[in-house]
Design a protein around this ligand. Structure first.
Ligand code: GTP
Ligand code: SPV
Ligand code: MN
Length: 593
């Protein structure tokens, strides 16, 4: 195959506005060369060859992991950085109390100054991409200009990249403009900035995940959430899954869990053996765009085309479908590299290797004190590799959502599962969600903070208005999804998880789907509807005694008093913008307790 890099990327797009913007950006950043990505297979081979030649990627063992590559980030650049992330709306109030705000003119000037001449001696890649199935009325086109070949190769997996985006755009002048410059990866010069009023993103100084793959968190959540509010739809940090029962009916569930709180695992769930005839299909594992359909239901698409999943803890028992998905055509970032050119991480099926290189390239043995893989190490894999990919994942119409689940990482207080009384109570559950912080973002890990709808780091506008938008959506949806709350992470007094999680989450899912279809019983508590022991499928799960179930579902009044005070902290910050319904919901909860 021809992998002569100079032969590729030579054809500029014919879209006049995109071309003018690229030329203008090149005049500013002064690259040696402009590379126009077309998304073809031949181009892909040339890009991988170039990435290997320049040391950005290491080719893995092609017999064991065909099409797989390995990347190490700069050690100071391994997670999202919320303190460097800005919403640059004209008015500060539009960013709201939970976002960093910067005045757009001044911030743009500062960023363009940093970008000036920054691509000298480098290649500037133009990455056209489509978020969503081709032909979907919800799909959106973005163009990312980047000087990182790692970003290009990841975007090529995570989005529908290349000619397909230009085809979708046609002669529409409107597309998302994303400029990404690595600079010198100095955290002092790291800014991830969103200009929702201009449909524009400028990100400098980071090459990692959500900071640099601009289609993902920047466009598909921050920009899209602001757009959705204006246009009457929702952009959410949610997985989407299809649940097929033995009788063949298929329900669709969307679930919002904060970063590193189980979306990918839940989306790829394999039911335990006792669940004969049940199948779970993946539509998406991180982001959902949802809009009311003409039939009065809420329809959702997954705007992405790949999985940027957490590696540690992934194995054939916890997530067999992920393990199958990442055997080929996958980029591994910040995991450990074994001498045979394969990879390893904490929680892998294979035992710890006698020797390997850790995520920073240092020799590692099982005696080493530090972990071999970074806690936020990731795989980037095409969704087409998933053996349980739902056929609907490529359907331009999307899927109708029957249930929405909110969940966080809570060692105490929050039961395994309960159901909201109605939509506005469900919005209250989402709005008051708390979760322990994780390694997906730089900073302390394991501290409970409020993370409404798992969108705290991703809502591109004022969070109070976001709650209003959620409440208002009810009027546009004749048959609203039922809303639930889950917590896989409750611990006993010894600090051990009370619930086995992973595939066993099917038991919760069966109850959720059963509730939506009028098949499952429940009883009313101050928190919401909960399953009784007999409403819950415990067959084959040794140890799920009525006593354990009681512990999982327990509601402790002292814990809940503290919980409500913590919820109040966020409500106070947002007070000026907080919809009255949520204040009423809080009062009702206090009264019920
Ligand atoms: P992002 O990609 O950061 O948005 O994360 P995510 O929400 O997709 O989380 P993911 O499924 O990758 O899981 C994150 C971590 O939680 C992994 O280390 C998993 O092993 C662990 N985890 C996922 N599901 C469960 C569960 O049901 N129980 C327990 N105990 N751990 C889980
Ligand atoms: C998350 O942090 O929620 C992720 C990873 O899905 S990143 O793409 O880095 O945002
Ligand atoms: Mn995520």
């Amino acid at each position: 195959m021809n992998t002569d890099f100079s032969q590729f990327g030579r054809t500029p797009c014919s879209h006049p506005q995109a071309r003018a913007w690229v030329e203008q950006t090149a005049a500013l950043t002064s690259p040696d060369r402009i590379f126009w990505c077309d998304g073809s297979e031949a181009e892909k081979e040339a890009l991988y060859a170039e990435a290997v030649r320049t040391g950005v990627l290491i080719q893995l063992n092609q017999e064991k992991l065909p099409g797989c590559y390995y990347h190490r980030s700069n050690p100071n650049d391994v997670a999202r950085v919320e303190q460097c992330t800005y919403i640059c709306s004209e008015a500060e109030v539009d960013a709201g109390p939970t976002n960093n705000w910067a005045e757009p003119k001044a911030m743009r000037a500062k960023l363009l100054d940093l970008a000036t001449g920054s691509m000298k001696g480098r290649t500037m890649y133009v990455v056209p991409y489509l978020m969503g199935p081709h032909g979907s009325p919800l799909a959106k086109v973005g163009v990312e200009i980047t000087d990182s070949i790692y970003v290009v190769l990841n975007m090529r997996i995570m989005a529908r990249m290349g000619q397909i985006a230009w085809d979708h755009l046609g002669d529409c002048p409107e597309f998302n403009r994303g400029l990404h410059c690595l600079l010198d990866l100095n955290p002092e010069r790291r800014f991830i900035c969103h200009f929702p009023e201009n449909n524009e993103i400028i990100s400098v100084g980071s090459g990692y995940g959500g900071n640099a793959l601009l289609g993902k968190k920047c466009l598909a959540l921050r920009i899209a959430s602001a757009l959705g509010r204006k246009e009457g739809w929702m952009a959410e940090h949610m997985l989407i899954m299809g649940v097929e029962s033995p009788s063949g009916d298929k329900s669709f569930v969307a679930a919002a869990f904060p970063s590193q709180c189980g979306k990918t695992n839940f989306a790829m769930l394999v039911p335990p053996a006792e669940f004969k005839g049940w199948k779970v299909w993946t539509v998406g594992d991180d982001i959902a765009w949802m809009k009311p359909g003409p039939d009065g239901r809420l329809w959702a698409i997954n705007p992405e085309a790949g999985f940027f999943g957490v590696a540690p803890g992934t194995n054939a028992k916890t997530n067999p479908n992920a393990m199958k998905t990442i055997q080929r055509d996958t980029i591994y970032t910040n995991v450990a590299l074994k001498p045979d050119g394969t990879v390893w991480w904490e929680g892998h099926d294979d035992p710890a290797p006698a020797e390997c290189l850790d995520w920073q390239g240092r020799p590692w043995t099982p005696e080493s004190k530090e972990k071999a893989a970074h806690a936020n190490s990731r795989f980037t894999a095409p969704m087409a590799n998933n053996p349980m990919l739902a056929p609907e994942a490529n359907d331009p119409a999307g899927v109708p959502i029957d249930a929405i689940i909110f969940g966080g990482r809570r060692p105490n207080t929050v039961p395994l599962v309960f159901q909201a009384f109605n939509w506005s109570h469900g919005v209250f559950l989402g709005a008051t969600m708390g979760s322990e912080t994780t390694a997906a973002a730089a900073g302390a890990v394991g501290q409970v903070r409020r993370d409404p709808m798992a969108m705290l780091p991703f809502c591109g506008y004022n969070m109070g208005r976001y709650f209003r938008h959620w409440l208002d959506m009810r009027k546009a949806i004749k048959y609203p999804p039922r809303i639930f709350n889950v917590n896989w992470f409750r611990k006993d007094t010894d600090g051990k998880f009370l619930w086995p999680g992973f595939g066993q989450n099917m038991r919760v899912l069966q109850w959720v789907v059963g509730r939506c279809r009028g098949r499952a019983g429940a009883h009313e508590t101050p928190l919401g509807w909960v399953p009784r022991y007999d409403d819950f499928n415990t067959e084959g799960l040794d140890g799920l005694t009525p006593e354990t179930f009681e512990k999982l579902q327990a509601m402790n009044a002292d814990e809940w008093r503290r919980e409500i005070l913590q919820q109040d902290e966020l409500f106070m910050r947002l007070y000026q913008f907080l919809p009255k319904e949520l204040i009423f919901q809080r009062e009702l909860l206090v009264a019920r307790l």
